[in-house]
Design a protein around this ligand. Sequence first.
Ligand code: AMP
Length: 283
Amino acid sequence: MIIFKHANTLSRYLHSLRNSDTTIGFVPTMGALHAGHLSLVEKSKVQSGLTVCSIFVNPTQFNDPNDYKKYPVELDKDIQKLESVGTDIVFIPDAAELYPGGHSDLERYDLGYLETVLEGKFRPGHFQGVCQVMSRLLRLVEPDTLFMGQKDYQQSLVIAELLKIMKGNTKLVVVPTVRESNGLALSSRNMRLSVDERTNAGNIFQTLRFVKNNLGSKPLAELKSQASSLLVENGFTVDYIEVAEANTLRLLDELNGKPDLVALVAVFLRDVRLIDNMLLRNN
Ligand code: AMP
């Protein structure tokens, strides 16, 4: 496994491989790696000749400065984990490497409706930050395939949009969410939860299951309201629990006959914000 800290040396190295037939798979992360991240690397290894993983806690995507400050950093462990699953290249830049001119006045992307709902609404500027860092990483790595998690469902739609805007040849593969045995989606932020809180956080998954199991059995608005109450009863503060069209994220208050739906949730447990989602079949 080769570790690069500088964009120019990484780009030179990858350039030297480009004339060969090696396909490049790319897994961008913010570190504090868990089995969910490693599942993306494993998927990339199956589908690509060479797998590049980046670790960079991107300041421009944090709308809450405290969340940025408290974001877990575990670089040595991360490197060991990546090595253990056979990652070929790790890119660990610092901020000046990706934002040489600073990050106060960066480019903006037209993400349209996608940026106005759910995470876009509750975390203003978040997806602009995601696109700012991803556009830089994509230009550097120029991957054949980009691997991202379904865990961040809306982010995967935003990145699909970014790939269109960038007009490159990179294909996006969205990998299913890896969960703990109680259903809690693995997340770097779970490290900030106590053992009891982690157990309780399994209720997020249970609530999504409740929505899935009861879809169509009662009016959708009532179902969403019951789901929200369940979360509140279990000690969560709810940002949202919504059902949307899976491809567009158009929010629904009643079932509209479209087959592919997704339930999405964002809650706080104490000051830790957790998101999750579940695909639903409306038939
Ligand atoms: P992050 O480090 O949180 O920015 O996540 C890096 C990538 O890992 C993103 O594409 C996430 O969607 C993905 N990811 C995070 N958690 C999980 C999980 N539990 N299962 C699968 N992929 C995940």
